[in-house]
Ligand binder design. Sequence first.
Ligand SMILES: NC(=O)c1ccc[n+]([C@@H]2O[C@H](COP(=O)([O-])OP(=O)(O)OC[C@H]3O[C@@H](n4cnc5c(N)ncnc54)[C@H](OP(=O)(O)O)[C@@H]3O)[C@@H](O)[C@H]2O)c1
Length: 370
Amino acid sequence: MSIDRSNLDRLMDRAARVAARGHGLVEPGCMVGAVVATADGTVLAEDRYRRYGGPHAERTALEKAGDAARGGTLLVTLEPCDHHGKTPPCTEAVIASGVSTVVHACHDPNELAAGGTEALRRAGITVIHHPTPLTELLNAPHVHRTRTGLPWMIAKWAQTLDGRIATGSGHSKWISSTRSRRLVHRERGRVDAILTGVGTVLADDPLLTPRDLRRARRRPERVVVDDQLDTPLDAGLVTTAGDIPTTILCRMEASTSARAGEFLAAGVRVVGIDEASGLRGTLRAEAAGRRWSTMMVEGGGGLLGRLFRDGLVNRALVFSAPVLVGDESAPGPVRGLAPDSIESSIQLERLWSIERDPDRIELFRVAGGE
Ligand SMILES: NC(=O)c1ccc[n+]([C@@H]2O[C@H](COP(=O)([O-])OP(=O)(O)OC[C@H]3O[C@@H](n4cnc5c(N)ncnc54)[C@H](OP(=O)(O)O)[C@@H]3O)[C@@H](O)[C@H]2O)c1
């Protein structure tokens, strides 16, 4: 194999970028991209996993390359599967293609699908594990879901330059620009559920639907964390619950109250937060039952503080607008953590930052959140 290390990086990152186009279409599966190259690194074909249950990326990329793949290299962002799932084992297609080398970026975290490396090696194919920083980011949601059973959680908020998410009177529409909010709607249309808190429902009466899109990839459910069922029955989330599935997570004793019955009659699911396992255990169970693989949090500081404290947030998507509120009673994005040192505060790592005039949009990895 004569593809050198820098070319391996380049080709694997190309596969990762192809894979990322499947965001919102392939979950709860993994975004996967594949590139087929000649022994000297010339690209013959590429493809991605396009929809959950559809053909796998390496299979369709190899089909596109045809006989030219013989003796070449397959680069794929996830180890080829070796089991009969929704599709036959990819290892069979890889062996039949005649490639001499397979480079993959991630061992399949799903034990059922694992074993591809060994099957390919038994067939005489050279298998190389070659992750890059980009493939680590690409695969993080799938690895997290498979290992923890928890949904991948992105906390999104808009803040002023002085770090406030609303004025002192609770007014927050709109801190970020129309262009920024368009991006939020696009992201809403790619997740399975949007999580908010009762404080936000009371302050803003949001609908949390993807709007002004040509086509939303997903229709997210809405989830409200509301311990005492204080959500008004005439809130937009309640009155539209017949059309868009809506769940309220509340204290266990509230979930069997007469008030809960009123929400049920309005078409809202009411789920008690399990006292022993807390929000983490309840979200894990709900994610399994409702197939929530990715969630976006659009709550205030109370909910975000609770989620950060419980280690449930994987990414923070922050919109900073050139506005100053200048009021110490105005809320910040996260509250209730009270660390006693900077060292013990929540640590974030900036993954990327873009200017979308006049706002700055940043994506952070939350330490401990993959
Ligand atoms: N800029 C943004 O991106 C953005 C996004 C969402 C929300 N917001 C703003 O955030 C603010 C809401 O934040 P939040 O922390 O209060 O709410 P939240 O995080 O949405 O909801 C959870 C909090 O609601 C509070 N809560 C519970 N029952 C309540 C009741 N009956 N009445 C009033 N509050 C109750 C609780 O506060 P305690 O812990 O104090 O009991 C709880 O921590 C609003 O001003 C909203 O506009 C801004």
